[in-house]
Design a protein around this ligand. Sequence first.
Ligand SMILES: [Zn+2]
Length: 139
Amino acid sequence: MAKRVSARGVKIHRQYTYDSAADAVGVTPHTVRAWRPAGLAVLDSQKPHLILGRELKRFLESRLPKTSRKLAPDEFYCMSCRAPRAPYGAMADYEPFNPARGRLMALCGVCETPCNKFVSLKMRDELAQFLAIATRHSC
Ligand SMILES: [Zn+2]
């Protein structure tokens, strides 16, 4: 697996040579050169070749692994845990917005913080196999 390189030390309004870019992100100049074929744009009309800080940052951030993933149907994203969680007690409340969609409300299974997600009525019916869903009739 490739080493993870942080873009945090890169100043977007600076221009970098291969050497100074290497210093800023903690790799060798050879590594920075090797990023060119991988998509790093380099100003090469004159010597030394320059890399715009903004471009270097964009390139490094585009290489970061995506940390987000889709929630499973019976998971809620807990803002407090910052993680997908199963609902506390496998229970949720459904509040319809319209005949087709509504909000599913539950408590985080770990920290009991309220969590919400928007689901279709069809999804609610599918989730009723796993969760005890109480429907609130607000209208
Ligand atoms: Zn939580």
